[in-house]
Write a protein that binds this ligand. Structure first.
Ligand code: SAH
Length: 455
């Protein structure tokens, strides 16, 4: 269900007040308005052993068991516990391979902070709020969100808030801990502990790190994922005269240390299971892991209440071939020097919607430009510019805004998609006991997907 973005709706008075209170605050002194300072490449510093070759690992694997699926290739290259790209690199920022919205501007996280609070309020202000972030990068987004929570302490009065981070990279979790807890976190001594690191922010808010979503405890949660789903492994398929066939990665017979794509001569389990009967495209990418993840999130929202906001490069079931690599902010051949570059594929939101299957309500996808505009980015920019007389900082503010909002840059390539409990969009019910979803006085419009009136 897509709410018409032109429809002008007013947020509840309380939510408007909440937004204007956040907007009064100036540029955060440590948060870069522009690109945040690159952190030192902590993860590769002090390594004594030579880096094991991902290419060797993959060629041994293929020689032993035959060509591998693109999903297996992507999973190995990105998240192999020893040599994986995310496990070994600090890839975010101007000195890394790519830059993300929260690394470009503090405003991004602030607006998401407001979104989270307004959804928590719309759910009847539950006593416990778990903020769950998938793939937190350097921790900048969570840090900007928590700053908003801190500014609005009185709104959250009586609510115990905790932060739960799902992260595959132990090294990056250290960077996140530095950002969020000032390095006061401790790593678990047992590999079996689902919480592999824990700490506390300077405001006393508990922070927990997990390897996977299953390990995050049950409870009312708002889930956030920015540029996370695009890093999950995809299967790719080609329509052929004999039917759908899966694309595989094999060793190039001409050059033993090179890889190439081949088309499987016969159906694979994935080609039999993952293609939708109504599929019209001739080349399709399917992120089965992303599908499983949204099902897990939906189940939690149904059982415990909450909402999810997913932002990523994406499309709504129209694109065909989006698998690509990034190294040093440039496109990189996905099969060359695996492990040295980021691998990514646009998120197919229509597939996610199919996998959700109606258990929760879905909003979007809408473009980043529309979402941030609807959340009031222009009003926030006005306040920041009015309070800033330093020429270079003003220029940086304007450049960051352009990067996030320009349709040619991130404005239209990035999409926002939300999962909500069905009661969130339902007409208000007459009092039916004390269930969480019945406490909301009225179904307020969902921020970002509907234009907000600032009066
Ligand atoms: N959300 C951040 C970072 C995006 S980069 C931002 O917007 O700046 C992707 C993040 O997801 C990294 O932190 C990476 O280590 C993590 N990640 C990638 N694949 C993962 C997986 N399968 N499980 C958990 N975390 C993963």
């Amino acid at each position: 269900m897509i709410i018409n973005s032109r429809m002008r709706a007013c947020f509840g008075v309380k939510t408007q007040q909440l937004i204007s209170r956040v907007f009064r605050h100036p540029v955060h002194p440590s948060a870069a308005v522009g690109w945040r300072l690159a952190q030192s490449r902590l993860l590769s510093a002090g390594e004594s052993k030579p880096r094991p070759s991902m290419l060797k690992h993959l060629t041994f694997k293929i020689k032993a068991t035959g060509p591998i699926t693109v999903a297996e290739y992507m999973r190995e290259v990105l998240t192999n516990p020893v040599t994986g790209y995310y496990v070994r690199n600090n890839m975010l920022g101007p000195d890394g391979d790519f830059i993300t919205s929260p690394e470009i501007s503090q405003i991004f996280g602030e607006l998401l902070g407001v979104w989270i609070l307004s959804e928590w309020m719309a759910a009847g202000r539950p006593k416990h709020l778990q903020l769950v972030e998938l793939g937190p990068g350097k921790g900048s987004l969570a840090s900007d969100i928590l700053r908003v929570f801190n500014q609005l302490k009185s709104v959250l009065d009586g609510c115990s808030v905790s932060l739960h981070l799902v992260e595959v990279s132990p090294g990056l979790s250290g960077v996140q801990a530095q950002t969020l807890t000032g390095g006061s976190s401790v790593e678990s001594s047992s590999e079996d502990d689902p919480v592999f690191r824990r700490g506390e922010t300077s405001a006393g808010l508990p922070v927990f790190w997990y390897r996977c979503l299953e390990d995050v405890p049950a409870g009312f949660s708002i889930f956030i994922a920015n540029e996370f789903f695009d890093a999950l492994p995809i299967h790719t398929f080609q329509r052929t005269p004999k039917g759908w066939r899966e694309v595989l990665v094999d060793i190039d017979p001409e050059k033993q240390n090179r890889l190439r794509f081949v088309v499987s001569p016969s159906p694979t389990p994935a080609s039999s299971a993952l293609i939708q009967p109504e599929e019209r495209r001739s080349h399709v990418e399917v992120c089965a892991d992303g599908g499983v993840l949204v099902q897990q999130i939906s189940r939690r929202i149904v059982e415990d209440g909450g909402a999810a906001l997913i932002a990523d490069y994406g499309h709504d079931g129209t694109k065909t071939d989006t698998f690509r690599g990034f190294k040093g902010h440039r496109q990189h051949d996905v099969l060359s020097s695996p492990g040295s570059a980021d691998l990514t594929a646009d998120v197919d939101f229509s597939f996610l919607r199919t996998m959700i299957g109606g258990g929760v309500a879905c909003l979007g996808p809408v473009t980043q430009n529309m979402f941030l505009k609807n959340m009031g980015i222009d009003t926030r920019m006005e306040v920041l510019l009015r309070n800033c007389s330093h020429g270079p900082t003003r220029m940086q503010l304007i450049r960051s805004y352009d990067m996030l909002m320009n349709p040619e840059k991130m404005g239209e390539r990035f999409l926002f998609f939300s999962l909500l409990h069905h009661s969130r969009l339902a007409e208000p019910k007459k009092s039916e006991g004390m269930k969480l979803e019945d406490k909301s006085p009225a179904p307020l419009p969902v921020g970002g997907f509907t234009e907000i009136s600032f009066s």
